[in-house]
Each structure stands twice: as structure tokens, then as C-alpha cells.
Design a binder for this molecule. Structure first.
Ligand SMILES: Cc1cc2nc3c(=O)[nH]c(=O)nc-3n(C[C@H](O)[C@H](O)[C@H](O)COP(=O)(O)OP(=O)(O)OC[C@H]3O[C@@H](n4cnc5c(N)ncnc54)[C@H](O)[C@@H]3O)c2cc1C
Length: 179
């Protein structure tokens, strides 16, 4: 079976403002990036729902052996971020980069996790939480634990099975991927 999971890149920059901000930095959510406080610095990460999945800099299938060991980001991301900050938060451009790294988000094509039974007997899935796994983790853990212990399927296990990818026209929201 073809995996419905796509790898997407989550670039992170830790910005050290030139002057102390002097106010509690809020959690910011913009369509293309989000930001929050990271000790005295600012954590900025590319948002997952606004990526172009047909752009190989955003999404693809990469050979882990070909990935750089540095964990660094591609130079294009600095341009991306500069443009976004100019538009939304120019003051943060007076910062130096304290750290940068890239993580991978495993996203199903409808950006919802895959939960419950798999084609392999007694092998249960709790995968593809993608860019929302921290938020979804407690509910997934609760529902999967109950399912494993009792066989009871929750609201989410009923709606998010692997089988939904057998007929993509039935998916509520699908990102068109041409590669
Ligand atoms: C930069 C970045 C920012 C994010 N920000 C947010 C956020 O703000 N809010 C949010 O809700 N989510 C966020 N996420 C997403 C969240 O981190 C993930 O959805 C979540 O960590 C996924 O958890 P998981 O347990 O499904 O998978 P993982 O955390 O990937 O765990 C899978 C584990 O399996 C292990 N493994 C893999 N293959 C094997 C194997 N063959 N044998 C044994 N072990 C194996 C791996 O080493 C790993 O420890 C972010 C992700 C990134 C990368």
C-alpha cells in the first residue's frame, strides 16, 4: 500500500533581538509562520497549513542518508522570513540569529492524523499528527489506550482510519500534490 504521508519541512529560527523587547512576547499566529517566546529570544517557525506541497523546498520525500548532519535550514528560508517580518513585525528584523534548525512534519494529505487498526493484525496506528501532534497527543493517547484495552472506538478513531485514503474523493480536504 502507498503511504498517505508526506514529509514537510519545519524550519525554525531563534532570533535574539538587538534590544531587550521590554514586554512579554505573545504567541503569534500568522498564516505563513508562528512565533513565541524562547527564554529571552523569539522562536519563529514556518506554518504547516500554508505550505505549497508541490514546492520541493516545502515538501517531498527525502533520502535520510542525503540530509545534512548540521540540522541547518536552507538559505531560501531567511528570505521567506525577512519578507514575512517586514510585513508583520519589522522590529524583529533588528535581531541576530541565535540558532536555526529544521524538523520534519509527517503530514497525511488531509492534514489529519491516522488512527486505529492497520492491515497488520494487532498493529495499531497513531501517526501523521504532522504540525499539530503536541496539541492532539493527549486525545490520541487517551483514545488509543482505550481502544487497545477495550476495543472501543472513539469519535476520532471512527473518522480518521487509514481506510479513508482508499477513496480520496471522500476526504474532506485534500491538498493537490502533483509529484
Ligand atoms: C519545528 C516543529 C514545530 C512544531 N510545532 C508544533 C506546535 O507548535 N504544536 C503542535 O501541536 N505540534 C507541533 N509540531 C508537531 C509535533 O512535534 C509532532 O506532530 C509530534 O511530535 C508527532 O509525535 P509522534 O509521536 O507522532 O511522532 P514523533 O515525535 O516523530 O515520534 C516518532 C518516534 O518514533 C521513532 N522511530 C521512528 N522510526 C522508528 C523505528 N523504525 N523504530 C523505532 N523507533 C522509530 C522516532 O525516533 C521518534 O522518536 C511541530 C513539529 C516541528 C518539527
Amino acid at each position: 500500500m502507498k503511504s498517505p504521508i508526506i514529509h514537510t519541512r519545519a524550519e525554525v529560527f531563534i532570533l535574539k533581538p538587538e534590544h531587550p523587547l521590554g514586554y512579554p512576547f505573545p504567541v503569534l499566529k500568522f498564516p505563513r509562520f508562528y512565533a513565541r517566546k524562547d527564554k529571552d529570544n523569539v522562536f519563529i517557525c514556518k506554518a504547516h497549513l500554508t505550505m505549497d506541497l508541490n514546492n520541493p523546498q516545502h515538501a517531498g520525500l527525502w533520502n535520510p542518508d542525503d540530509l545534512p548532519m548540521t540540522g541547518g535550514t536552507d538559505p531560501y528560508f531567511w528570505d521567506f522570513l525577512t519578507e514575512e517580518l517586514l510585513k508583520h513585525y519589522p522590529r524583529l528584523l533588528d535581531s541576530s540569529v541565535a540558532n536555526d534548525w529544521v524538523g520534519y512534519r509527517a503530514e497525511p494529505r488531509d492534514y489529519m492524523p491516522v488512527l486505529g487498526p492497520s492491515p497488520i493484525k494487532d498493529y495499531v496506528l497513531a501517526i501523521g499528527a504532522g504540525g499539530n501532534g503536541v496539541i492532539e497527543g493527549p486525545t490520541i493517547g487517551r483514545d488509543l489506550a482505550r481502544y487497545v484495552m477495550t476495543g472501543e472506538t472513539s469519535y476520532f478513531i471512527e473518522r480518521l482510519p487509514l481506510a479513508r485514503f482508499d477513496d480520496p474523493s471522500k476526504l474532506e480536504k485534500v491538498h493537490k500534490v502533483t509529484w
